[in-house]
Design a protein around this ligand. Structure first.
Ligand code: ASP
Ligand code: MG
Length: 445
């Protein structure tokens, strides 16, 4: 059972978690917790300030944790919470003095969020008479590579995790494990990328052969669209691992992009639930769907995308041209998202965050290149066996809205149809598509 930051944001939320867990104790759960509320962001902000040589302050973080401890009437002294806060303060002081923040230090720094939250929640569970134990990821068998801020789990974790966790379960202990973090083989603290607690949870569940993973969020599951944009967005009953993965990549923050990988190996089902609305059925994520009534499951989009158009007559009948183009991106460490090719051109998309001058110069040696920022990828996740219907209806919507589609790609994953439009048009299109595939807002009220 994984509870995200907003599910453990304060004393009230942690009490709720305890109730939810209590109802599931018979199933011998393992808990995975994120940092409380926005603590990870606050830690990063504190580091930025320290880096600029401004004051070292952990007031916001300290107040949140100490207030929660008071509200829950637990004893902070017994659970290493104050020493951890002291260590955090010293670390920030170090950053302030050295004026340097490497990936390695950054991971060490943000690890405090999860280490604090599991200790605090465990102290509360114990005060309720539960045999709970706070377990740092490295004591739960999480071994990663040394790719700081975005580490991958080492395959040995498939053995070390059950070896650490299963004996606790045998003893009747409720393990409360830090999400998001791990240690590399030399003992440095690493993180699995933002939102990484999902991966921590699915990894424990898969490696320990659990019946299911419950991911507790602050929304009713995976929705047909972002509810901030589409008012009548509603939860989807079930999606496949592939669909959930595509969603994570294309703008929806529901799950960590790599979270489905362990489950795909073991077919462990995932249930996304809302800790603010326990009675909502949530969304199941499974290996295959038994029934698929609608052609489309969900519509999502990502803004701030850059479109690169590469045209060369050298491509005609040639081999190796694509390899040459992609090797330029590889050398600059830039990951390409969508690709479409014709006989003489390649269009591809990138996140906007890159400085592309050098790339453009290199590519211009072999082709003419046009780079256009300010684009958005609109992605339709659905049953691509019905792609003609989906495309027909989607382009109908674009035509009605007077929007020109600038690139289109139908993923080989067979669940994703994406197209590029101008950033400013994305919201309008998502609303139009949602209305077409799921019905008008008025009809639901
Ligand atoms: N606390 C980390 C974050 O905010 C990890 C997580 O919540 O999954 O990204
Ligand atoms: Mg979080």
């Amino acid at each position: 059972m994984k509870f995200g930051g907003s599910s453990v944001a304060d004393a009230e939320r942690i009490r709720r978690v305890a109730e939810i867990v209590k109802g599931n104790l018979g199933r011998k759960p393992v808990l995975v917790l994120s940092a409380m509320g926005d603590t990870t962001d606050h830690l990063l902000e504190a580091a930025e300030k320290a880096l600029k040589g401004r004051t070292v302050s952990i007031n916001r973080i300290e107040e949140l944790h100490l207030k929660t401890i008071r509200d829950l009437k637990i004893d902070a002294a017994a659970y290493e919470i104050r020493p951890l806060l002291e260590e955090l303060r010293s670390l920030l002081m170090g950053i302030c003095l050295i004026r340097e923040l490497t990936g390695k230090t950054r991971d060490y720094l943000v690890s405090f969020g999860e280490r604090l939250s599991v200790r605090l929640a465990t102290a509360y569970f114990q005060s309720l008479g539960q045999k709970a134990r706070a377990v740092d990821a490295w004591d739960a068998g999480f071994v990663s590579d040394s790719n700081f801020t975005m580490a991958d789990l080492d395959p040995v974790s498939w053995e070390t995790i059950p070896a650490a966790i299963l004996p606790l379960i045998e003893e009747g202990v409720l393990p409360v494990v830090t999400g998001f973090i791990a240690k590399d083989k030399t003992g440095n603290i690493t993180t699995l990328g933002r939102g990484g607690s999902d991966l921590s949870a699915t990894m424990i569940a898969s490696a320990c052969k659990a019946d299911e993973v419950q991911v507790w969020k602050d929304v009713d599951g995976i929705l047909t669209a972002d509810p901030r944009i589409v008012k009548n967005a509603r939860p989807v009953e079930a999606v496949t691992y592939e669909e959930a993965t595509e969603l994570a990549f294309f703008g929806s923050q529901v799950l960590h992009p790599r979270a489905m990988q362990p489950c795909m190996k073991t077919n462990t089902p995932v249930l996304v639930k809302n800790s603010y609305n326990v009675n909502a059925p949530g969304t199941r994520i499974v290996s295959a769907l038994t029934r698929k009534a609608l052609p489309v499951q969900t519509i999502t989009f990502r803004q701030d995308v850059t479109l690169v158009d590469i045209v060369s007559s050298r491509m005609l009948g040639q081999y190796g041209f694509l390899a040459e183009v992609f090797s330029v991106f590889a050398r600059h460490g830039i990951s390409v998202d969508m690709v479409a090719t014709s006989e003489v051109s390649i269009s591809l998309t990138l996140d906007a965050a890159h400085n592309l001058d050098a790339v453009k110069k290199e590519l211009e040696k072999i082709a003419s290149v046009e780079i256009r920022a300010g684009k958005a990828i609109v992605t339709i996740i659905g049953d691509v066996r019905r792609s003609s219907e989906i495309l027909h209806r989607s382009f109908g919507v674009c035509t009605d809205l007077g929007v020109q589609v600038q690139m289109i790609s139908q993923g080989a994953s067979k669940v994703n149809i994406s197209f590029i439009v101008n950033d400013t048009q994305a919201v309008k299109i998502v609303r139009g598509l949602h209305e077409n595939f799921f019905g008008a807002a008025e009809a639901k009220i």
